[in-house]
Design a protein around this ligand. Sequence first.
Ligand SMILES: Nc1ncnc2c1ncn2[C@@H]1O[C@H](COP(=O)(O)OP(=O)(O)OP(=O)(O)O)[C@@H](O)[C@H]1O
Ligand SMILES: [Mg+2]
Length: 801
Amino acid sequence: MMRPRSFAACCPTIGGRRGAYAIVTVRSRWRGGVPQKKFNLCVRILTVMCRSLPPLRTLLAFTFSTVALLAAVATALLGGHDAADRIAAREMREMERLASQFGGMLVQGEAIHLAGLRAAAQMPALRHLRADDEERRALLRAVSEAYPGFNQVSLLRPDGRVIMDAWDAQRGSVTAADHAASGIAPLPGFGVPVSGADGRLFGMLAARLSPEWMRDMMVAFRAMLREPLVPEIMVLRQDGTVLLGPPGLEGSIVPVGAGLQDWPDGTSYLVGTAAITSSGAFPERSLLVMTRLPAGVALAPVRQLQRQVALAAGVAAALAGGLGWLLARAIARPGEALATAARFPGDAAGQGPGLGLGSAWYREAREVAVGLRGLVVDMRRIARHRAEVEARLQELNTTLEQRVAERTAALEAATQQLAAAQRLEAIGKLTGGVAHGINNLLQVIETGLTLLHSSDDSARRRVAEASMAKAVDRGARLTRQLLAFARQQSLAPQLLDPGRLLEESRDLLAQSLRDDIRLTMDIAADTWPVMVDRTQLEVALLNIAVNARDAMPAGGHLHMATANVTFPDTATAPDGLAGRFVRIAVTDNGEGMPAEVLGRAFEPFFTTKDPSRGSGLGLSQVWGFARQSGGTARIESRLGGGTTVTLLLPRADGPVMDEKGVPATPAAEEGQRMVSVLLVEDDPDVAELLSEVLETLGHRVRHLPTGAAALEAIKRGERPDVVITDMMMPGGVNGLALARELRARLPHLPVVLATGYSEKAAEVQEAGVPVLHKPFRAAELEAVLEQVIRGGGMAGAEASH
Ligand SMILES: Nc1ncnc2c1ncn2[C@@H]1O[C@H](COP(=O)(O)OP(=O)(O)OP(=O)(O)O)[C@@H](O)[C@H]1O
Ligand SMILES: [Mg+2]
């Protein structure tokens, strides 16, 4: 069985002819039982068709002209047909009009005659009983002569018998005898009653209209017509019997239909009819008047028109065809000419094959071809140029990218250098500040020690001791503030009502201000609670208040306000902190800050005050505290426009502590108990001094230099009453780790952490280990020892200054 093939596969000539291709790619499923020969023949026919198909544009032109041609012919024929119909209808209407016009004439004539008869019936000569017959006959004759349509005028008795006639015989060619002979009823007359002078019916005046009169009317009517074609006129009974008409037809029965009628004589007639109603003078009361013309004569103008229309359609078709052909040529030829000329543009002599050589077509096409060639050359040049430009651009782009990358790298390096320099500068300043502070303290201590050594004067020695103690205090404050800025201080957060805290701090704040400064507070009733270190918050508020005081040398107004604020998303929140916060805003109307001061105000050691009044650590504490508490601080200030320092502290949940949060230290009235202390401290000087102090306080001390050693000792079974350990120690086990380990092993063994630097402040806080902040006083050490020994050791006790 053969596989179905597509015609396209068999048709090698279809390249480039899309229309043909579409036709021949139809798959030959129908081939089923068709013999191979027939199939091959079909393929060959299609192949030839494909080859002989004219170009598409010629086909288009041909199609256009064919459509135009058909449209022209159709229009002509339809128009012609329409006009012919209109002419035929008009002729028809004309025939009917003539029939009804003649009918009208007859009826009118009849009415005139009837009126005459009525007038005669009123004549005294007729009505007078004594009038003699001659007079009456004379009257009848006079009437008969006055109205030539009457063929007889008779006076009848009321019973219908004739009294007398005007004439002895009827006038005209049709007599009663004739009528009787022809079988046609004699023309009836009409009668008018005649009353005598006494008013009684005397008789009837009767008359008949003669057929001659009607014929004369017809002749006169036809003569009156000015039409080029005068139709034949007939008067018929309703059944078609011809009463009056062409001689051969009178008495015969003819078809009564109107319009185009085929008559029995084999002729086709255009027939018009009109019905008339007689007053009685005619043989029937209702008669038909018919007009007829042979169709060939009546419709001659129609035939002529149809011939003209056919001729016009032919001419239109010829014209459309011709135009179509011209159009097809006009469309096809420039293309051919252009193609040929483009192939032979240099052939000036016009050697192009198949074109009118040297013709206008050819010249024009050649110019276009030459132009096109130029265009092609230009386009190639432009394309080359463009490629070059693109290549250059590409190169430029690459180098640009490279340059940008280099510059960016350089910029980054410079930025890093700058940042490093700034960092170094900051560290330098910080170090300088710290060194300066410590030097001052050392200076005091050094001088104090010298005094202690060199003088036995107790008053002097007390002064020296007091100065040294103050120096230690200042040093402690210095390091605390630094730690606060570094967010490394150990905090003791507690739930607080910030409003209440402000109220409670009012006195403290007022004391730090001057009398010429008015302090007001606006505390929102429902201020949320916060979880912060109370002391640090007080210190921060104090720092802000003191700054405000310094900024209002001539007095002013300090206003503190609390509010609840919510920042729904980090994008809009200050410092990227989203959530619910309590805002404490402290506003003064002092001198404000210029932008450069504002930009650096939080920096530690940044101050515009002279060294005796300011260390530059106040706002850095504020900022560090706020940040460490999970919030932040901000400053808004304008030179001469006052300052607002805002603290944002995160909202906390839970009950607010009423008191200062530091559990009351039980009174040490029970007296000191002597305990054994395991002191773990890597610094031998500190260890030595601490041991001294502890022993002075009456305790037993064993010192170990590392956490590991302490653990070892405990493992060996050593059982001190309390362990005091430094936080930072070498050997892998720091103070916190030691405290945790000991808690795990000996839950009732109290451990106190002594530290000067609490990097792990949060962890320490979490672990709930009591802390002694270095430097601490002997009294503090004693108090903590007391506390942990009484309280079982591990409750959150903390030494504070
Ligand atoms: N309310 C304010 N009005 C104007 N300037 C202020 C105000 N608060 C701070 N400043 C400026 O910011 C600087 C830094 O303040 P900060 O509190 O950190 O240090 P200080 O007040 O100079 O010193 P310290 O607080 O350590 O005694 C101040 O020197 C001052 O110039
Ligand atoms: Mg300050």
